[in-house]
Write a protein that binds this ligand. Structure first.
Ligand SMILES: [Zn+2]
Length: 310
């Protein structure tokens, strides 16, 4: 069956799939990124993994893959296929598209940004299926986002589009890793909630999931910590609503695992803040940790459809 290689390179693990044109997964595989072995070893692992997936496709699906897509973290030059910088994986100006293309015998390769690829998959085959304009927000260690317009992701002029985590919602607030104060991710990321709850409950190991559980159990201190995050998040979403007017806001990442404990107060907080804006539908992401890999596969398919129509 006709398929592409889809690969998501994360800080600790790589997720891969062979993907049919309708987005269905024909084969899945995972392996550690092994960044403790250094950047060169990580790159070698990516190339080896992709080559093995191509072999698997030939053996199990009866044909070679027709393209490959790879999603990586950090700063990306999608147009030129260069992984510009990743603090996590240590590379600078890595020509990953060229390296993969050479290793895969000249196969067309798409290079994508992990969060934007995840957003693309959520918008096309996940929680936003059939939605033309959406905002994807991932609440993890930080907060990242992606702007979906007409079946594609708007990356901006310099590849920084959708960075809702660095919208300032509390001027003069907590210091952010980016150097500014009061960025959304200092208040509403899973890490921010973990930190705030650990301080409030006195257990240094308490995390965001424990905070959500305490909210559900009726702990007023947890409710207070939670509301700080929900309010900040609602402020960020309403700002995006005013600028972009998406019909759907898809919320994923670790904090979204709290389900209704997050979504019920979040929807209320968003609707309380709207004045003239049309309310977005706020929904949980569906594809969890496979979103970026699936998105990389969709980018690979897009590459072929562009080639055909170009
Ligand atoms: Zn920031």
């Amino acid at each position: 069956m006709k398929h592409v290689i889809a690969l998501d390179v994360g800080g600790t693990g790589m997720k891969a799939a062979l993907l049919a044109q309708d987005g269905s997964v024909l084969l899945e595989a995972r392996r550690p990124t092994g960044r403790e072995h250094g950047t060169d070893a990580v790159v070698a692992t990516i190339l080896d993994f992709a080559a093995e997936l191509a072999d698997e496709g030939r053996t199990r699906l009866g044909s070679a893959p027709v393209a490959a897509g790879v999603a990586v973290p950090g700063t990306i030059d999608e147009k030129n296929g260069i992984a510009v910088f990743s603090a996590n994986l240590g590379w600078r100006d890595l020509p990953l598209r060229k390296l993969l293309g050479e290793r895969l015998g000249g196969l067309p390769v798409a290079l994508g940004h992990d969060v934007r690829s995840g957003g693309l998959a959520e918008g096309r085959i996940g929680a936003g299926r059939g939605v033309d304009r959406f905002l994807f927000v991932a609440l993890g260690t930080g907060i990242a986002g992606a702007i979906g317009i007409g079946g594609r992701i708007e990356a901006g002029a310099h590849g920084y589009g959708g960075e809702i985590g660095h919208v300032v919602v509390r001027p003069g607030g907590p210091l952010c890793g980016c150097g500014a104060r009061g960025c959304l991710e200092t208040l509403a990321s899973a890490s921010a909630v973990s930190r705030a709850w650990a301080e409030a409950c006195g257990d240094p190991d308490a995390d965001a999931a424990a905070c959500a559980a305490a909210v559900e159990a009726g702990d007023p201190r947890a409710a207070e910590v939670w509301q700080v995050a929900v309010d900040a998040l609602a402020d960020g979403i309403v700002l995006a609503q005013s600028l972009l007017d998406p019909s759907t806001v898809i919320v994923g990442g670790g904090l979204a695992e709290a389900g209704d404990t997050l979504f019920t107060p979040l929807r209320t907080a968003v609707s309380e803040r709207l004045t003239f804006q049309m309310p977005p539908v706020v929904v949980p992401a569906m594809l969890r940790d496979t979103a970026a890999s699936l998105g990389a596969g969709l980018l690979a398919w897009d590459l072929l459809s562009t080639e055909v129509t170009a």
